[in-house]
Design a binder for this molecule. Structure first.
Ligand SMILES: Nc1ncnc2c1ncn2[C@@H]1O[C@H](COP(=O)(O)OP(=O)(O)O)[C@@H](O)[C@H]1O
Ligand SMILES: [Mg+2]
Length: 268
């Protein structure tokens, strides 16, 4: 017997996923539901989570990982994903020790549970360290770039595809924190360098997203080494941006996603 399925958009957070749910519903040919079924594309959940019988298409543990840079730092380290040097510090004194003892590069403090680069700051003095942030602090080597650029690659059903750069248009004030929300735009770049693909695959594997769906953001050192910043996925805390200006790639994402959803639904 086939498993029942749907796009689960329930609970207090559902309003934020309304539009995305509609889009997914068209793509997956699945109903939007507020009560879990056997197989769920989870966008938003009631507080009690999923009942025993219900499976999430994208593992809930992966969504949690993707939403918290403290958890991500540990997962990336454990799986040997190349990232800027990242250290979790218990208090402000420890943050300043890291900055002082490693003066060969700049360090930034990253807001652990946000998106769009909000909160991140380069740390030079203790005064820049907010006392009321969640602990541990995420202290990361800051990679300086004359014109800041970030790259994004996608993964679905075990395959890596797509390659976008994100940067500020010439008429927009550049910030070191390159995000869509701050006015940066996506540019398609053809296919990704092999090393970027390798690191992206490793990052999706490390976070349990490789068999379903996720994206990976990377930056490059001046030496050309590819470093993973974070992974993203669809659900609960955020969703993968589809406003990327490349309609063909958007179509490819949705096509792969549809296939992956249906094939995981049927396999258990
Ligand atoms: N270590 C770093 N060095 C240089 N730039 C960075 C670094 N970390 C993040 N950035 C910049 O800040 C942006 C947002 O950082 P990111 O880690 O993706 O957090 P968020 O969850 O806020 O999107 C990135 O797209 C990148 O432009
Ligand atoms: Mg980001």
């Amino acid at each position: 017997m086939e498993r029942s399925y749907g796009i689960l958009n329930a609970g207090d957070g559902a309003w934020a996923f309304e539009e995305h749910a509609q889009r997914l519903s068209r793509i997956l040919g699945a109903e939007i539901i507020t009560k879990p079924r056997e197989f769920n594309y989870v966008l938003s959940l009631e507080d009690e989570g999923l009942p025993e019988f219900a499976q999430s298409f994208i593992p809930l543990a992966s969504l949690l990982l993707a939403s918290d840079k403290r958890l991500l730092a540990t997962a990336f380290q454990e799986h040997g994903v190349a990232t800027p040097a990242t250290i979790l510090a218990e208090d402000a004194a420890e943050v300043m020790d890291i900055v002082r003892e490693n003066g060969q590069c700049k360090w930034c403090l990253k807001w652990p549970i946000g998106c769009g680069g909000s909160g991140h700051r380069v740390i030079e003095t203790a005064a820049a360290i907010p006392a009321d942030w969640p602990r541990p602090y995420v202290v990361q080597e800051f990679i300086p770039m004359t014109s800041p650029e970030v790259y994004r690659i996608f993964g679905c059903e075990g395959e890596i595809f797509g390659w976008l750069a994100r940067k500020f248009p010439e008429d927009t004030a550049a910030s070191p924190w390159v995000s869509h929300a701050r006015g940066a735009r996506y540019v398609s770049y053809g296919s990704a360098p092999i090393e970027a693909q390798t690191q992206a695959r490793l990052a999706l594997k490390a976070t349990g997203l490789l068999d379903s769906f996720g994206c990976v953001d990377l930056i490059a050192r001046p030496s050309g080494e590819w470093l993973v910043l974070e992974v993203g996925s669809d659900g609960v805390y955020n969703h993968v941006d589809r406003d990327i200006g490349d309609l063909e790639l958007v179509r490819e994402i949705e096509e792969r996603l549809g296939q992956c959803f249906q094939s995981l639904r049927k396999s258990y």
